[in-house]
Design a protein around this ligand. Structure first.
Ligand SMILES: NCc1[nH]cc(CCC(=O)O)c1CC(=O)O
Length: 308
């Protein structure tokens, strides 16, 4: 049996694809694995803020097309980058155990975000990170920061920014923990929907591959990912809206927190809900509906109309 893994060629994507390859080999020593590197639109447009290119699916489309043409058998994605809709015939077949979902602050000079003086330049292209920081630190200058994880760290170290925010998961995977000055707890900065999970996508009629890959599925992570992605899907939010969603299973209960705001973090809607882990999608949808009714609907409409 041979499995061809489609992956982007960034360091993080390759690390993740190799990690999955190793895990599969551990379970099935006889399996032959090949990595197929694919360049996506998101890798090509590296100078434009993601929110302006219409972020949805930017890092997955070309990989899905290769899978439909049967040039690859599975794709390993950062689940955070995977849209909630799939092309006909494709879908997620495994969610791996969640890596640390929190966001991290990196800086050469400052040991925390509150150490940064008025006017200091914070780099992030994430509307979610930007809005949540602006709610607490109105006097920072927030500038776009694009590129792969290693590129972003280089830009920080070259002095283009006084501080930057990145997902701790990617930093851990690439061995950059030593650059981290502060880790934000989810109640300070709600993580992105699905931050820290890897999602494995396959052709839904490929029973053999599905059976093999399903050994990597982590049940609790699958439940949390489903709750968060149902929340995202109900809000129809791409990267164009400041939106966050984070779930946990505590004492057998599934708890999800969601956040939607305008681009400046001035009008924001945040709430939590608890339910049973057996219906994660229902809980995610219910929370999204609640935020919409609280006023998020209006904010979303304004952003989509470009009035904001
Ligand atoms: N949008 C890019 C992206 N997609 C996934 C990760 C990190 C790893 C993860 O969340 O699983 C990153 C980098 C970042 O946001 O710092």
């Amino acid at each position: 049996m041979r499995i061809r893994i489609g992956t982007r060629k960034s360091k993080l994507a390759l690390w993740q694809a190799n990690f999955i390859a190793e895990q599969l080999k551990k379970h099935f020593p006889d399996i032959e694995i090949e990595l197929v590197k694919i360049v996506t639109k998101g890798d090509k447009i590296l100078d434009v803020p993601l929110a302006k290119v219409g972020g949805k699916g930017l890092f997955v489309k070309e990989i899905e097309e290769a899978m439909l043409r049967k040039e690859i058998d599975i794709a390993v994605h950062s689940l955070k980058d995977v849209p909630t809709y799939f092309p006909e015939g494709l879908g997620l077949v495994a969610i791996t155990e969640r890596e640390d979902p929190r966001d991290a602050f990196l800086s050469v000079r400052y040991s925390s975000i509150d150490d940064m003086p008025e006017g200091a330049v914070l780099g992030t292209s994430s509307l979610r990170r930007k809005a949540q920081i602006m709610m607490k630190r109105k006097n920072l200058v927030i500038e776009d920061l694009r590129g792969n994880v290693d590129t972003r760290i280089r830009k920080l170290e070259e002095g283009q920014y006084d501080g930057i925010i990145l997902a701790y998961a990617g930093l851990k995977r690439l061995g950059f923990q030593d650059r981290v000055k502060q880790i934000f707890e989810p109640d300070y900065m709600i993580p992105a929907v699905a931050q820290g999970f890897l999602g494995i996508e396959a052709r839904l009629d490929d029973e053999k591959t599905k059976e093999i890959v399903s050994v990597l599925n982590h049940k609790e992570s699958e439940i949390r990912a489903k709750a968060e992605r149902a929340f995202l899907k109900t809000l129809e939010g791409g990267c164009q809206v400041p939106l966050a969603g984070y779930s946990e299973i505590v004492d057998g209960k599934l708890r999800i927190t969601g956040f939607v705001s305008d681009l400046e973090g001035k009008r924001f809607f945040k709430d939590s809900m608890e339910g049973t882990p057996d219906k994660p999608e229902e809980l995610g949808e219910k929370l999204a509906q609640k935020l919409l009714d609280m006023g998020a609907r209006e904010v979303l409409e304004e952003i989509y109309k470009g009035e904001n």
